[in-house]
Design a binder for this molecule. Sequence first.
Ligand SMILES: Cc1cc2nc3c(=O)[nH]c(=O)nc-3n(C[C@H](O)[C@H](O)[C@H](O)COP(=O)(O)O)c2cc1C
Length: 173
Amino acid sequence: MNEVLQAIKERRSIRRFKAEQVKDEELNTVLEAGTWAPTGHGSQDPWIVAVQNPEQRATLSKANAEIMGTTSDPFYGAPTQVYVFASRDNDNNVKDGSLVLGTMMLAAHSIGLGSCWINRVDKMSERDDVKALMKAWGLPDGLVGVGSLALGYPSAAPHPGKPRKEGYSRVIK
Ligand SMILES: Cc1cc2nc3c(=O)[nH]c(=O)nc-3n(C[C@H](O)[C@H](O)[C@H](O)COP(=O)(O)O)c2cc1C
């Protein structure tokens, strides 16, 4: 099996991370991979923000936890949180942003990093505290959150993937 297909099958969501921060070179590899995801009309509309600042991570974790209605960290203590935003008025915003996230998850796995999609970023981007951070990050107005990743070095092996459901794909000739 070639390396791409192997990585697709091997990647699992990682929810336990070492405290060690992701090396800049590896983080940049993941972020750059995201920028090569296809986008509708080739718009390159999504925006990617990796947050390693501990205070900002705490603010963002709290915002996400409040939306979820928990007090635990929805990012599982990952040392890096990666956010993807896209324009509110782009009909393809969720599709474009989701492909960016999926591409980054695969890239992360391929270089030994662990990641997990973390939801509720659409709701996060409606909050004043998160909007203030988005402004501080230099993002333009009019964006909506698509999703985010917890990212770091895995500290435990994930469960094996579940078997794929019967009839998941079919070929009509
Ligand atoms: C749209 C989407 C939202 C998800 N949201 C969360 C989340 O908020 N928290 C979480 O721990 N995992 C989340 N996940 C990860 C899924 O639970 C995980 O991908 C699924 O159980 C399959 O496991 P695998 O990624 O190891 O193959 C999300 C995945 C997707 C695609």
